[in-house]
Each structure stands twice: as structure tokens, then as C-alpha cells.
Write a new protein. Structure first.
Length: 345
């Protein structure tokens, strides 16, 4: 019987196995251990980050390799960069991607640029692990976690040369991409979607790494290409099922790697289907959706038989209201409408 793991447990297993394999791998951040200084109270574990991915690791590896930090993202990301330069392989838990605003100097000016600035004399094998996604809390009409703790924002970091950026779409790709990120000699930002934390699927128990920089085709089709990122890949698959009921066969491409971007897989699909819809939970201005659309317009214009459509969140902060959040996020309905529009046009 195939073993199934939750998305968050697949992340946990990836970290655990890499820490067992390589003693230079360490984990630091907020809420990854047991809140520093509470061991005398018998508290030696914590929730394990926003999705529980680090829960239980401190018991196995101890406070020398798994430790909580002060609530100062610039400080502990900076410390992680320094640790990487001096021979360790740190995984820094940046709890929510929104906190990149207070740690961008450490991630960009130090982590991303240091190898270049020093002429290749150092490598920076750092993983910044963070959570993305607008997520409704509780009942369908309940509120979400709102603007300061929601959103995607991966385009900000994909824009920075020197950073690699990956966004898994299920538990299998979560483990494989996180393993690859930990083993990489360059800084990698790993974006885990909170809306996928409770999903599960078959995940091999043995360690494996998926190549950074490669997309995958998760459904074949000849009429229109749907491109998804993270949770939006499952939305694309749902839309493809609905389109199939009307005789339209959609191909679904799961980007997985935002930087470097697998342009070849994208363009091969567009040249066959001649239509493209890019689905991105992020806001539209300067987004991954617009970047992918621009690549198709630049390099596949002679094959396109309809306009490239992008389906994104609106250019607005993520709402708290559950009702507003349902309208804010791309859905299978909006993807189907966009596909029909490009086919019609």
C-alpha cells in the first residue's frame, strides 16, 4: 500500500533526512524549537513554524542545530547568511513571506549578491523557507489572516539575481524541492503554500531531489495551456476537468521553479496548444503571471492563435473577510472563463 504524507509532514521529512545525512545542516527561526529558555519547564518543542514542518526536530538534533531566534527577521536571516558563508547549511524559517520587508537587505544585498561581490570565493548554501498564500480561517464565511500575514509576493524575490525560488504544488514536490534547496550551493527561497498544508499524497520514504529550474506537465492536452504556481496548479487541474466536459482538452503546466524559469517546457506547450492562460494567486503588477505571459508573447507569438490571458488576484491587499477572500482568489470558474475567452478570441 502506497504511503501517503501530508504536505507539512513531507517538508518535515525532507528536513529530518537532510539533517541526518549532513551534520552541517542547521535550522533556525521563530517557533521552530521550543521557545528559547523553557527547557526547565519541560517545554522542548513548539508548533514547528506556521505549518508544523519543524515539529519534533529539536528532540532528535538538539538545541545546537535547531534553535529559536528573537523576533527579528533581519537579524536571524543575516546570521544565517553568515553561517552559510562559514561552512554550514542553514535553513532559516521566515514564518510568512510578508516578513521579507524587514529582511530584504539580508536576503538580497548579502545572501544573493555576496558570491558575485567576492568573485566566487564563497558560496552561500542558504535556504529561506517561508509560507505563502491567502488562507481563510475556520468556516467558509470566516475571516482569513489578512494582508500582513497573507499573500504570495514571490515575484519580489524571483526578481533578485542570485536567488533561486521554488514553489511546490503538492506533498511530493514539497519534499523533492526542499531536499534540492538544502543541497544547493546557492541561496534558495522555498515558498510553501499554507493552503496545501492539509493535503496529502504518495511520497517516497527515501530521500530524493527534484531539479531546480524544471517545470512539469501534469496533464496533457492540445487546445489550451494552463500554467499554475503552487496551489493554483490544483485550481488549473480542476478547471481542466470542467473544460474536458465541454470537449476542450487543456494541458496543465506546473511551474515549480520561479527562478530559474523553465521557458522551454512552457514554450513547447504553447507551440502545441496555441493558447495560454497563466494562473497566479499573487497581485498582477510585475507578477510571475505577467512575466510568463511576456515570455510567450516574445518567443511564441507566431504560434499563438489567441490572446494570452492571466488570472490573478486583484491589485489590492488580501482581505480578512471570508466572503471577500473567496472573490479575491483565482478559482476554477475564473480559469475556465479565461480559457474560453482566449479560445473564442
Amino acid at each position: 500500500m502506497a504511503r501517503e504524507l501530508l504536505f507539512s509532514r513531507a517538508e518535515n521529512e525532507a528536513i529530518r533526512q537532510e539533517m541526518e545525512r549532513d551534520p552541517t545542516v542547521i535550522l533556525l527561526g521563530e517557533d521552530v524549537a521550543g521557545c528559547a529558555g523553557r527547557a526547565d519547564q519541560g517545554i522542548i518543542d513548539a508548533w514547528g513554524g506556521p505549518m508544523g514542518a519543524s515539529k519534533g526536530l529539536i528532540q532528535q538534533f538538539g538545541p545546537g542545530r535547531v534553535f529559536d531566534t528573537p523576533i527579528c527577521e533581519m537579524g536571524f536571516i543575516g546570521a544565517a547568511v553568515g553561517a552559510a558563508v562559514t561552512g554550514l547549511r542553514p535553513i532559516a524559517e521566515l514564518m510568512f513571506v510578508n516578513f521579507v520587508g524587514v529582511s530584504l537587505d539580508s536576503i538580497m544585498n548579502e545572501g544573493a549578491y555576496l558570491r558575485y561581490m567576492l568573485g566566487g570565493q564563497v558560496s552561500v548554501p542558504l535556504v529561506v523557507k517561508t509560507a505563502i498564500g491567502a488562507l481563510s480561517m475556520g468556516a467558509p464565511n470566516g475571516g482569513g489572516s489578512a494582508a500582513q500575514h497573507s499573500g504570495s509576493m514571490y515575484s519580489i524575490l524571483a526578481h533578485v539575481p542570485g536567488l533561486k525560488c521554488v514553489a511546490p504544488s503538492d506533498a511530493y514536490t514539497a519534499k523533492g524541492l526542499l531536499v534540492a534547496a538544502i543541497r544547493d550551493d546557492d541561496p534558495v527561497v522555498y515558498f510553501g503554500h499554507r493552503g496545501l498544508a492539509g493535503t496529502q499524497m504518495h511520497v517516497p520514504e527515501e530521500p530524493y531531489a527534484l531539479p531546480i529550474g524544471k517545470a512539469r506537465t501534469v496533464r496533457d492536452g492540445g487546445d489550451v495551456t494552463l500554467v499554475g504556481i503552487a496551489r493554483m496548479t490544483s485550481v488549473c487541474l480542476e478547471a481542466a476537468e470542467r473544460l474536458a466536459a465541454d470537449g476542450i482538452e487543456a494541458e496543465v503546466v506546473d511551474l515549480l521553479s520561479l527562478s530559474p524559469l523553465d521557458e522551454d517546457t512552457l514554450l513547447d506547450s504553447v507551440r502545441r496548444t496555441k493558447h495560454l492562460v497563466v494562473v497566479d494567486e499573487d497581485t498582477p503588477r510585475c507578477s510571475m503571471a505577467r512575466d510568463v505571459a511576456a515570455i510567450a508573447a516574445d518567443r511564441a507569438i507566431d504560434w499563438l492563435d489567441g490572446p494570452v490571458k492571466t488570472v490573478t488576484g486583484p491589485h489590492a491587499p488580501v482581505p480578512y473577510s471570508g466572503a471577500l477572500l473567496a472573490e479575491f482568489l483565482p478559482s476554477a470558474d475564473t480559469v475556465v472563463a479565461a480559457a474560453l475567452a482566449t479560445l473564442r478570441d
